[in-house]
Design a protein around this ligand. Structure first.
Ligand code: RIB
Ligand code: CA
Length: 318
């Protein structure tokens, strides 16, 4: 680990917004990505791993990629390929080329994450942009490592309405037991939920800016973004919440976000509410806080940073 850099672990279920979050993180000089782990979520583990390998190869991100859990802690996967498109990363034309050289490491992601945390010289930073299955299993197998996590910065949950169901955000719905276990373990969770990401909207002008770089890779990224903007209506691009990059942008620009302490609980049993994150902000009067919950974002600045990073990276890659 280069001196003076903060070691960070990135756990994802690569779809398009995970891709954007990872490329932003790779461009932050003050951080060094120690490892990337994949998990079932948007799509199967096979696809999230293939998508992640395609990203690290296309963008020249030289970090090890580890395959994680292919099933949630309880039950069967709830993937959303039907919404996101083929392989969990739809396109309106071209797509990122499959990785030709990069392969996943032989070691399982959960063990690799445990090893990373145990070897960390100072409290480590973990970013999660998918279901928290890998993180929860690491904490179950090695409870000692919770003390080695300095910050756990996660896209997931909501202080209000869900997206996968009326009550639940997808990442939590896909593995609510994992979120509950991570909270129970006392991990220092920073929650970037839908209430926050809905303040951060990416739109057709941003697609045009990326497309204007003009390279084949820029066209592919713009076509993936085009599909993301058409999730709600495949005939018309519309502004969409830029979920996952809120986590990594907040590392570089915490001043663009406001977080508040809260007691967060996850509904596990509700017939209609399973996966809902119940956030009590009246702390410590009504409950002991167990998380920091992002409540406000300077959305235009966040999206501008992400698009600037892509224009810069795509221009350099040629
Ligand atoms: O609800 C949004 C989350 O679900 C994002 O992480 C997106 O990538 C999907 O996994
Ligand atoms: Ca994701």
């Amino acid at each position: 680990m280069a001196a003076g850099k903060q070691a960070v672990w990135f756990d994802c279920d690569t779809g398009f917004d995970d891709l954007m979050a990872l490329v932003v993180l790779a461009g932050l000089d003050q951080f060094e990505i120690a490892g990337v782990s994949t998990v079932v979520g948007n799509t199967s583990l096979e696809n999230t791993t293939a998508n992640t390998l395609a990203v690290v190869e296309a963008f020249g991100i030289d970090v090890p990629v580890y395959r994680g859990r292919s099933l949630p802690l309880v039950g069967q996967p709830s993937t959303i390929e039907s919404l996101l498109g083929e392989g969990g990363m739809g396109t309106i034309g071209r797509r990122l080329p499959p990785a030709a050289r990069r392969r996943a490491e032989p070691e399982h992601a959960v063990q690799a994450l445990i090893d990373f945390l145990r070897s960390a010289e100072r409290p480590a930073l973990v970013v999660g942009t998918g279901p928290l299955t890998n993180v929860a299993e690491a904490l179950a197998l090695a409870p000692d490592v919770v003390g080695k996590i300095g910050r756990l910065v996660v896209m997931g949950g909501s202080t209000g309405a869900g997206n996968h169901t009326a009550a639940a955000e997808f990442n939590v719905f896909a593995d609510p037991e994992a979120w509950a276990a991570v909270l129970r373990a006392g991990a220092p969770l920073e929650m970037f939920g839908l209430n926050l990401t809905r303040q951060v909207l990416i739109g057709p002008d941003d697609e045009a800016r990326i497309r204007a770089v003009g390279t084949d890779l820029a066209q592919a990224v713009a076509d993936h973004l085009g599909a993301y903007l058409r999730i709600r209506d495949r005939h018309r691009a519309a502004p969409m919440p830029l979920h996952d990059p809120c986590t990594t942008v907040s590392l570089a620009h915490p001043e663009w976000f406001e977080l508040a302490p809260a007691r967060v609980d996850v509904e596990l049993a509700g017939q209609l509410t399973r996966g809902a994150t119940v956030c009590e902000f009246r702390v410590p009067r009504r409950a002991e806080p167990n998380a920091l919950v992002a409540v406000r974002a300077e959305g235009e600045r966040v999206v501008g940073h992400v698009v600037d990073r892509f224009v810069e990276a795509l221009t350099l890659l040629g």
